[in-house]
Design a protein. Structure first.
Length: 393
């Protein structure tokens, strides 16, 4: 993670995070551990809690427990225990929050501890929506930088990371052959678009289901079949949800699915597939492989991966390090920026300053040994004035 390493060197030299207590609620991967270490090098004390009770690697949590300046709050696999872990972080009154899904923000507000926060970052579409909803009701207590909405985030996280890591989780757990199969993707935002693209590249016939006419049209122009959800459910071999909405797949879908249909969720929260509805419809349920459950629905089998939780983290390692390098470098820079500027911001969801993204792109190019051109003063003046200057003889 060369970009994050460069950012950590800067933070250590400048000490911008000195005295900050950072509450980090992210998936418990090795890449997250690298971010935590970078924050500590910058002078911060870190309280870490996984953002998903299934998405934490035991060896990562154990390693972080040994890091000076880091406290790990862990309750893997238990929703109630996970809530207690979130509350434990809130009780330590963080001054900066790095969130993934706004769960830590939710608990901080409920506990009355949000007033101590100078600012926070949010790295998911779902989390940004939740925080904007709070802000619209005048209930958001601190400013938040929407790192999810930056150009680099859309490129690396959604387009490059999600497309690869979701299929990685699917292939690890099921071993399904995608070539020649029919893969339905519910939702054609940046994540759904990437999943459909990668599945198509592996030889699948791709089907997209959408509620937004513009996104549906885009999917059609990208070469995917676009049909209503019930039609897709009846035809697909693999169904992947990536919408951020609740009950995207319900009883009506399960009742028409093909024998052996595989269901997976790529959304942040485990609400997109109605797992309770599927269990209620089934006459039997058995675990056939780790993280793979088979339901008997009217003499047909419907297969659910990772209990309907976010598949690329519950069933794989999340995004590749090359993706998380830039994303977590951005989180570290944003956290440092908030320690200096957060007190002067209103309690709303703010765009990340464009200069941060430009800086990260330059660091990434430098790490890869890539050089680019720059505009001359003559060219800059032309672009500002729309009028060519006389060329010198």
């Amino acid at each position: 993670m060369p970009v994050l390493r460069r950012v950590a060197d800067r933070l250590e030299l400048g000490g911008q995070l000195g005295g900050a207590r950072v509450g980090v609620c992210l998936h418990g991967t090795a890449e997250t551990a690298a971010l935590v270490r970078a924050l500590v090098r910058g002078g911060a004390t870190v309280d870490f809690v996984p953002s998903n009770p299934l998405a934490v690697h035991a060896e990562v949590a154990a390693a972080l427990q040994q890091e000076p300046g880091v406290e790990v709050h862990l309750a893997a696999g238990s929703p109630a225990g996970h809530e207690r872990a979130l509350t434990a972080v809130a009780d330590r009154t963080p001054t900066v929050v790095i969130d993934d899904g706004a769960d830590l923000a939710r608990v901080l507000h409920a506990a009355g501890a949000a007033s101590a926060v100078i600012g926070g970052t949010e790295g998911t579409t779902t989390g940004v929506l939740r925080l904007r909803s709070l802000a619209e009701r005048d209930e958001l207590a601190y400013p938040v930088l929407a790192v999810n909405d930056t150009p680099i985030r859309h490129l690396f996280d959604n387009s490059l990371g999600t497309g690869q890591s979701v299929l990685d989780g699917l292939l690890r757990t099921t071993g399904v052959l995608l070539a020649g199969s029919r893969v339905a993707v519910f939702g054609y935002g940046a994540c759904g678009r990437a999943i459909a693209l990668r599945a198509h590249g592996l030889g699948a016939t791709t089907i997209v289901c959408e509620v937004d006419p513009i996104r549906a049209l885009e999917a059609r122009m990208d070469g995917h079949l676009v049909v209503p959800g019930l039609e897709a459910a009846a035809d697909a071999d693999v169904v992947i949800t990536a919408t951020g909405a609740i009950d995207v797949l319900g009883t009506a879908h399960f009742e028409v699915m093909r024998d052996g249909a595989i269901l997976a969720n790529a959304g942040h929260f485990d609400v997109e597939i109605d797992v309770a509805g599927l269990a209620g419809l089934a006459s039997a349920r058995r675990t056939v492989r780790p993280l793979v459950d088979e339901f008997d629905v009217g003499g047909r089998t419907v297969v659910l991966v990772a209990e309907g939780r976010v598949i690329n983290l519950a069933a794989a390692d999340g995004h590749p390090a090359g993706v998380m390098d830039l994303l977590f470098a951005g989180q570290a820079v944003a956290a440092a920026w908030l320690t200096e500027h957060g007190a002067g911001l209103s309690p709303e969801v703010h765009a990340v300053p464009a200069a941060i993204d430009v800086d990260l792109a330059r660091l990434a190019l430098d790490a890869q040994g890539v050089r680019i051109d720059e505009l001359s003063d003559h060219q800059r003046r032309y672009l500002v004035n729309w009028s060519p200057e006389p060329r010198s003889a």
